[in-house]
Design a protein around this ligand. Structure first.
Ligand code: ASP
Ligand code: MG
Length: 431
């Protein structure tokens, strides 16, 4: 017998027919003698609708359309009360459908477990999961159907874990339950070398290391919430990304270690035998570029630029500062999340006197393309190869950032797909 956590995302529970399909997957694992906890998301699109209702109730959108000062500062505890409700619905429905199929099951809300979080409503972090009763009932043969995305914050208020947070619920539960595996069922059958809609020659990876998955997720691959990968890495939870659209009876009983070769196993890099230098190419369109022209080239200027941005909680990603030819002025370029661009520009305009610059520009017509692979640690020349391949296609690089296992370039958005295809073939990833 194994202890499994199974998580089903929004498209996998989009309607009752899909929920019956989920129940069939769960039943297969139960019939195989496993103790199961099932974490569910809200029905596809539901959370967006609830967020829209919150905004409407608070008048946020209306005000910004009128041009008056928009305020996003609604009570985030009430935001959480509203948007967590989608998961409450699907957990109850799945428990009912399982019962109708003769499988013992009950639903659990975050507070009933309890899954505790900090007070950072809307994007709370999990502080602890008490699984005593939950686990005892699971071992007794009752399937635990758990509302993902939610927990209980100090002050007895419902908290949500940030968009995409039910992945993190599932991994945290798997860690607390000491589960053999955490299966993340989604609408794709695993993690691909890049987005198959952009590169039809992309292929599914059988395994990917935690480090690589973390970079893939934070560089734009949407398959897992970044936080869930961090947590899996920290706690050593084996995560299998697989499709809920595979026929439940054909999907195999899978062995507890690997899931029987279905999907992509996210695991420690030592478990990966054949390692490519580059495992995947990620791209993101959600960053914006800010350029400050003719900034004084003197000590303390960078602090004057990035200090106020940090105070406004604006994350800066890539940074380039040019060497000045006159020794007095330089241009500075960096990226922020597109959603933060207007705020970043406002902060910099307000600090114009203390920073001292000639002009300020912002643009969202950019894309960040990243090559990711733990093999880079032991291979020289990956960056050089990458830059010359892009140059051959006439793609101009506007900024570069690197980590031990990643090289990212900032380019004109119009070239994003060409760059992804070029790098995918360059690094031997084409099927
Ligand atoms: N339903 C939530 C969302 O859409 C949580 C999740 O699906 O993971 O963000
Ligand atoms: Mg998701």
């Amino acid at each position: 017998m194994s202890l499994l956590v199974l998580k089903f995302g929004g498209t996998s529970v989009a309607d009752l027919e899909r929920i019956r399909n989920v129940a069939a997957h769960v039943k297969r694992e139960v019939d195989g003698g496993n103790a199961c906890a099932v974490v569910v998301s809200a029905m596809a699109g539901q959370t967006n609708q609830l967020v829209a209702l919150v905004e409407e109730a608070w008048g946020y959108k209306v005000r910004s359309q009128n041009g008056a000062a928009a305020s996003a500062h609604y009570d985030t505890r009430e935001y959480d009360a509203v948007v967590s409700s989608g998961e409450q619905v699907t957990s109850g429905l799945l428990a009912l459908v399982l019962q109708a199929a003769g499988v013992q099951a009950r639903s659990w809300q975050g507070w009933q477990i309890p899954l505790r979080t900090d007070a950072a409503h809307r994007a709370a972090r999990i502080t602890g999961v008490e699984v005593g009763e939950l686990k005892a009932r699971m071992l007794d043969g009752e399937v635990a159907v758990i509302a993902g995305f939610q927990g209980i914050a100090p002050g007895n208020r419902i908290a949500t874990l940030g968009r995409g947070g039910s992945d993190t619920s599932a991994v945290a539960l798997a860690a607390a339950l000491q589960a053999d595996r955490c299966d993340i069922y989604t609408d794709v059958d695993g993690v691909y070398t890049t987005d198959p809609r952009v590169v039809p020659k992309a292929h599914r990876l059988d395994r990917i290391s935690y480090e690589e998955m973390l970079e893939m997720a934070s560089q734009g691959a949407k398959v897992l919430q970044t936080r869930s990968v961090e947590l899996a890495m920290q706690k050593g939870v084996r995560v299998l990304v697989r499709s809920s659209f595979d026929a439940p009876d054909l999907a195999g009983k899978g062995d507890a270690e690997t899931g029987g070769g279905l999907g992509t196993l996210v695991c420690h890099e030592d478990e990966i035998v054949e390692q490519n230098v580059v495992s995947g190419i990620a791209y993101a369109r959600d960053e914006a570029k800010v350029t400050l022209l003719k900034v004084a080239d003197k000590p303390g200027v960078a602090a004057q630029v990035f200090g106020p941005l940090a105070e406004a909680h604006i994350n800066v990603d890539m940074i380039v500062q040019n060497v000045s030819d006159d020794g007095r002025h330089t241009d500075m370029t960096f990226t922020v999340q597109s959603a933060d661009l207007d705020r970043a520009l406002e902060v910099l305009r307000n600090s114009k006197d203390s920073i001292g610059y000639l002009d300020l520009r912002g643009s969202t017509d950019i894309a960040k393309v990243s090559a990711i692979g733990v093999g880079m640690r032991s291979h020289a020349g990956v960056a050089a190869q990458m830059f010359s391949a892009l140059a051959e296609k006439g793609i101009n690089i506007e900024a570069i950032s690197t980590s031990e296992i990643k090289i990212s370039v900032l380019i004109d958005a119009a070239y994003a797909e060409l760059a992804v295809r070029t790098l995918h073939s360059l690094f031997g990833l084409d099927r």
